[in-house]
Write a protein that binds this ligand. Structure first.
Ligand code: C2E
Ligand code: MG
Ligand code: MG
Length: 301
């Protein structure tokens, strides 16, 4: 039933019980239970990755990324288990926890001097579809005291495509509450651009698929240039994801990206480590500081 619904409803999905399916089901149940108990005993945690200004103004935002600490396998990325959380509905409480934890950290870092820092949190379609999603966001902001304008929600194009009246209402309410909206993995999902004019978005995050083969791949450069022009034409901030080396950084800067995120600057790190990164002088703020310029010129030289 779930599969048929996901494939656009109006279709068949045949259920076949086989050892592989049973195995997969057992695995899915085990992971969901793991996550459920992990929320209570600290095995579900957040890593933070900086988003760096392209012109040397330092760290402008931090993205919160979910992690699962496995006793045998270490810290695990969420790509494999998020679909299971989505299907089971567990993504709703996990997403609320994530937002609360990230906003709490954001508030603490702002208090320590990172005044302009934006906390960027991923939101899954299932979470967004909850009728009380806007109230949840408002409650988290009130509970954590993260100032207006400092929370960015990263949504995928799927949420914005063919929006229902509820979606339109939610987006308006979020923007009215001072929340920024970014389209994550831009360019990977759909080719429709109609939603861009409908929503008061704040940023586009270019998927790392278009960054990976820069600067050699001219097609990628053309796509990035087009996304930057499109974004800027609409008054949006454009961030490039997955920046791993200095050549990519140069090319993305040449193409006009406003900010970048990737292993070149920092891998996602634990909260304590990010506290240390943010405490280094000149890593954020409105004016490009000596330290920020030094960091960028180290990369660019
Ligand atoms: P995303 O939101 O597009 O996040 C960026 C992903 O790229 C992260 O993977 C990050 O670790 C990885 N990354 C960053 N820089 C580089 C780089 O230079 N090179 C490469 N190869 N990768 C880089 P991660 O943490 O494994 O997360 C995967 C996806 O899982 C995220 O993609 C996001 O869609 C989802 N996700 C993560 N945390 C959450 C969450 O709290 N809630 C929801 N709903 N989804 C989440
Ligand atoms: Mg993201
Ligand atoms: Mg992304």
């Amino acid at each position: 039933l779930q599969m048929a619904k996901q494939q656009g409803r109006n279709c068949f999905a045949i259920y076949e019980d086989s050892p592989t399916h049973r195995e997969q089901r057992r695995y899915a149940v085990a992971i969901v239970e793991e996550v459920q108990s992990g929320l209570k005993d600290g095995r579900i945690l957040l890593a933070y990755q900086p988003i760096v200004d392209a012109e040397g103004h330092g760290i402008v935002a931090v993205e919160a990324l979910l992690r699962r600490a496995d006793p045998d396998r270490g810290v695990i990325s969420p790509a494999g288990f998020i679909p299971l959380l989505e299907q089971s509905g567990l993504i709703v409480p996990v997403g609320r926890w994530t937002m609360h934890e990230a906003c709490r950290r954001g508030r603490a870092w702002i208090d320590k001097g990172a005044e302009d820092l934006v906390m960027s949190v991923n939101v899954s379609p299932r979470q967004f579809a909850e009728p009380d999603f806007v109230q949840t966001v408002a409650a988290v902001l009130a509970e954590t005291g993260l100032p207006r304008g400092h929370l960015q929600l990263e949504v995928t194009e799927g949420i914005l495509l063919e929006p229902t009246p509820q979606t339109l209402h939610k987006i308006d309410a979020l923007v009215a509450a001072g929340v920024r909206l970014a389209v994550d993995d831009f360019g990977m999902g759909y080719s429709s651009l109609a939603y861009l004019k409908r929503f008061p978005l704040h940023a586009l995050k270019i998927d790392r698929m278009f960054v990976r083969d820069l600067p050699e791949q001219r097609q990628d450069a053309a796509i990035v240039r087009a996304i930057v022009d499109l974004g800027h034409g609409l008054g949006l901030h454009v961030t490039a994801e997955g920046v791993e080396d200095a050549d990519q950084f140069h090319e993305l800067r040449r193409l006009g990206c406003d900010s970048m995120q990737g292993y070149l600057f920092a891998r996602p790190v634990a909260a304590a480590e990010m506290t240390g990164v943010l405490a280094q002088p000149g890593r954020f703020g409105a004016a490009p500081s000596e330290a920020a310029i030094a960091m960028i010129s180290r990369i660019t030289s």
